[in-house]
Design a protein around this ligand. Structure first.
Ligand code: HEM
Ligand code: NAG
Ligand code: NAG
Ligand code: NAG
Length: 326
């Protein structure tokens, strides 16, 4: 008799765990949540304009590894090397970590122990995208913070920009995204920057006979070569992901791709592959179509592997589990 009961319980809890997220989750317990996050985020973005891009990327990396559960915010300690310290973190933004920490501090003063770090990150990301010109979308709340954060689990759950479009499509498909959603999410590269080592192969080491990707707009390649001359010693050197409107969330990313102004190999591949090209063309021609698709895909990303109820906790501090993991 125990087994049927257990099965029944599983059926009841698992399919609905995602729909437990709601717009009203903190309405009674922390009514000022939205305004506190908005104020914190606005101040931080005004002081440090790189925050928006850094936070969007932090959120993407969080959701793709263990789900949107703030596992990316955990600091390593003597018994655990956390996600943040995986090699592929490619230098996650300190500003992004800081904006979440600041919002958490403000919230702990107003409604202690109530709001999860994963919900703060989801809200901050949406607000920052909107602040730099991107679309608004609803963020349902009620995520719990995860209790696992391991650097060793990152490599398999993120994808590098030098992979083939076949690999990239498979990666997103396995995570539940369509090709159209993948192309729309890639539009996140309309803001922010990349370090030279992420695209150095395209300008210095394309293949054995040709140093520079011939499909890159020549003047653009020339500029990047200058910027990245000593990138192996000067590792901080970087370039804007969207060279034309780097700080504005718009559809310029797709227009760039069509002109050979895509920065990463994975960006340029979107315009070459017949499966992704139609969406590049659509979003390049129609910013409203891009915004609609991006907003939809972000809502989906924000529900990735979400933990509710007892599957997680509300952290006291975003960079540490509430109790030490064995
Ligand atoms: C095809 C999959 C993707 C690959 C291979 C990829 C790769 C990269 C790489 C290599 C960087 C540069 C990191 C650095 O040098 O600091 C970067 C930056 C960035 N990525 Fe992606 N990315 C992908 C998808 C996404 C998605 C889906 C989003 C968000 C929706 C996103 C948002 C960003 C942002 C905002 C930055 C700039 C970060 C900053 O300025 O601090 N990426 N990405
Ligand atoms: C990313 O990993 C490097 C190397 O392990 C580490 O030094 C750095 O602090 C990490 N970045 C963040 C934001 O945690
Ligand atoms: C892609 O880059 C990673 C690290 O930057 C490297 O280890 C790997 O060999 C590269 N893969 C290809 C196919 O070039
Ligand atoms: C290198 O790339 C160029 C331009 O795409 C191409 O013509 C050439 O055949 C490639 N060489 C090798 C060795 O792959």
């Amino acid at each position: 008799m125990a087994l049927p009961v257990l099965l029944l319980l599983l059926f009841i809890t698992i399919p609905f765990s995602e729909s437990k997220l709601s717009m009203e989750y903190y309405k009674k317990t922390c009514p000022d949540l939205e305004s506190i996050v908005r104020d914190t985020v606005t101040l931080k973005q005004m002081a440090n304009p790189t925050t928006a891009a850094g936070t969007l990327r932090l959120f993407f990396h969080d959701c793709m590894v263990e789900g949107c559960d703030a596992s990316i915010l955990i600091s390593s300690n003597h018994i655990n090397i956390a996600e943040r310290d995986a090699d592929i973190n490619h230098s996650l933004s300190g500003d992004a970590l800081e904006v979440v920490a600041r919002a958490k501090t403000a919230l702990e003063l107003t409604c202690p122990g109530i709001v999860s770090c994963s919900d703060i990150l989801a809200l901050a990301t949406r607000n920052l995208i909107t602040m730099v010109g991107g679309p608004f979308y609803n963020v349902r709340l009620g995520r719990k913070d995860g209790k696992v954060s391991q650097a060793s689990r990152v490599e398999a759950n993120l994808i590098r920009s030098n992979r083939t479009m076949e690999d990239i499509i498979n990666y997103f498909t396995v995570k539940g995204f369509t090709i159209e959603e993948m192309v729309a999410l890639s539009g996140g590269h309309t803001i922010g920057f990349s370090h030279c080592k992420e695209f150095a192969d395209r300008i210095f080491n394309y293949n054995r006979t040709t140093p520079t990707d011939p499909e890159m707009y020549p003047k653009f390649a020339e500029g990047l070569k200058k910027t990245c001359t000593n990138y192996q010693t000067n590792t901080a050197m970087s370039a804007f992901n969207d060279v034309i409107t780097p700080g504005k969330f718009d559809n310029m990313y797709y227009l760039n791709l069509k002109r050979g102004l895509g920065l990463l190999s994975s960006d340029h591949a979107l315009v070459k592959d017949p499966r992704t090209r139609p969406f590049v063309d659509l979003y390049a021609a129609d910013q409203a179509a891009f915004f609609k698709a991006f907003a939809h895909a972000m809502e989906k990303l924000a529900h990735q592997g979400v933990k509710t109820g007892r599957k997680g906790e509300v952290r006291h501090k975003c960079d540490a589990f509430n109790f030490i993991q064995a």
